[in-house]
Design a protein around this ligand. Structure first.
Ligand code: BES
Ligand code: ZN
Ligand code: ZN
Length: 496
């Protein structure tokens, strides 16, 4: 999406969008345009039921006296309620509306609100976020099915300032799109080996370095839990660390982000039912958020030192696959009885969480994973589950979640739940011996790999990684839930 900004002048585009609050007052330029149309806009506002509510759309066919074909009024709601999120959702609505009309380019007028600047940059951000399209595997998509919009001009006061704010958003958007891309890729294309290469290719540049560990190195490190998950696959398992040094003067340890990257989860020998199994291509969603986040941070040159660590494995049945009942030894030295090979995400995370702490000594670790079906039962697709040993970290994450509308709901952890994963023959087992609380017992399992003094949060994103229907700032499919949230979390708490 090409986005251009210019100061307020009469628009030249054939299609013009005017952002208007529920006060229904046109700004100076819009009023001029209205005059040229012979009052068509005011008339349409008066005639219809348009109230200027957030995201409400009124299309007006423009008379021949003006260059425009259609002028679209888009509601931004109450002026007092305008914030980043309102702008983004209005922007998303604009993309959807213009694509619906098969429009290629348009100009958007943002004027007449005290929040013009915030609004304009965020509208452009929303336009961009919603414009995501994944079509690389279509060889004969009908022209009319393709999204058409590829250029918008934003007309706003002080457009230079708006432009520089948007420049940051554009970088975050690139991270979001990378996440959506890798999540959407089918698992025959994106497997642990190719995924590691995709990451390497993506992150060659200033302040960044990528370290790829292969099975030989992982064996040497003692990652028996992660390797056990991948042993049924013909693809070699990999752990990839993306180091970003955005603040050379900071000599403290980096903040760490850790992601589950199961490129396909068949369940292994504890095989999943076939209905819906194709969804398990997105079981690498946690890793994808880490990758997209690193791209966003590096892209906008965030003044922070951060490391992203992802565990890339494929969970397959086969002659060499792990069996239910196998006992594996994790890098931490703790042993695990694998009672269900479909509870594999925690096995992968156990080793990479430990590796992250041993290698980088971070004060704070946030991990993301499409970890449990139980979280989908509990929260659906609105909130992700949050589990943590640190209240302050939770507050920080929750605050970023509110600001980015990627909402989190905290669940409890306690010794009583922890007991449920004690094993009769090993240090622990990978599923609960009780019924219920499946997301919590999974989190308790992860906590057994968190060292004393590390502030840790686990985000279970199984319900929010893939959207079954369009949302304002995201077409249906991969959402990249977590990229904007964690980018904000870093910006608010770790950047100088
Ligand atoms: N990848 C799944 C969790 C999942 C479910 C992600 C739905 C996205 C959507 C995970 O590896 C899994 O299979 N978990 C099992 C754990 C059980 C065997 C204890 C589950 O949730 O059923
Ligand atoms: Zn599984
Ligand atoms: Zn899984």
């Amino acid at each position: 999406m090409k986005v251009l900004f210019s100061n307020l002048v009469l628009p030249k585009a054939k299609i013009v969008v005017i952002a208007i609050s529920d006060a229904l007052k046109l700004g100076a330029i819009s009023a001029k345009l209205d005059e040229k149309t012979g009052g068509a806009l005011k008339k349409a506002i008066k005639a219809g039921s348009f109230k200027g509510k957030k995201g409400e759309v009124l299309s007006v066919i423009a008379p021949t006296a003006v260059t425009q074909d259609i002028i679209i009024l888009i509601g931004i709601g109450k002026e007092d309620d305008i914030n980043d999120l309102v702008g983004q959702s209005v922007g998303g609505k604009i993309t959807a509306t213009l694509n619906g009309l098969k429009v290629k380019s348009a100009e958007i007028i943002v004027e007449n609100t005290p929040e013009d600047k915030i609004l304009a940059a965020n509208i452009a951000y929303g336009v961009s976020l919603r414009s995501y399209d994944f079509n690389k595997y279509r060889t004969r998509q009908k022209k009319e099915d393709k999204p058409t919009l590829n250029e918008i001009g934003v007309l706003v006061k002080n457009s230079d300032k708006v432009k520089s704010q948007f420049a940051t958003y554009e970088k975050i958007c690139k991270g979001v799109f990378l996440t959506r891309d890798v999540v959407t890729e089918p698992s025959n294309e994106l497997h642990p080996e190719s995924y590691a290469q995709v990451i390497k290719k993506e992150f060659t540049g200033a302040g960044l370095s990528v370290k790829i560990l292969n099975e030989k190195q992982l064996t040497k490190l003692g990652m028996g839990a992660l390797l056990g998950v991948g042993q049924g696959s013909i693809r070699e398992s990999h752990v990839v660390a993306i180091e970003y040094k955005g603040d050379k003067s900071d000599k403290t340890t980096p903040v760490a982000f850790v992601g589950k990257g199961v490129t396909f989860d068949t369940g292994g020998i504890s095989i999943k039912p076939s209905a819906g199994m194709e969804e398990m291509k997105y079981d690498m969603g946690g890793s994808a958020v880490v990758v997209g986040l690193m791209k966003a941070l590096a892209g906008r040159k965030a003044k922070v030192n951060a490391v992203g660590i992802v565990g890339l494995v494929e969970n397959m049945p086969g002659h060499n696959a792990q069996r239910p009942g196998d006992v594996v030894k994790s890098m931490s030295g703790q042993t695990i009885e694998v009672l269900n090979t479909d509870a594999e995400g925690r096995l992968v995370l156990a080793d990479i969480l430990w590796y992250a702490q041993e290698k980088y000594k971070p004060k704070t670790v946030v991990n993301l994973a499409t970890l449990t079906g139980a979280i989908v039962v509990a929260l659906g697709s609105e909130y992700a589950g949050m589990f943590s040993n640190n209240d302050k970290l939770c507050d920080r994450l929750s605050s970023a979640a509110e600001k980015t509308d990627e909402k989190l709901w905290r669940f409890p952890l306690s010794d009583a739940y922890d007991k449920l994963i004690d094993s009769p023959i090993a240090d622990m087992q990978n599923i609960s011996s009780g019924r219920g609380a499946g997301s919590i017992t999974a989190a308790q399992f992860l906590q057994r790999f968190i060292q004393k003094g590390t502030a840790w949060a686990h985000l279970d994103i199984a319900g929010v990684t893939w959207a079954k229907k369009d949302m304002d700032t995201c077409p249906k499919g991969a959402t990249a839930f977590g990229v904007r949230l964690l980018d904000k979390f870093v910006a608010d708490n770790y950047e100088k």
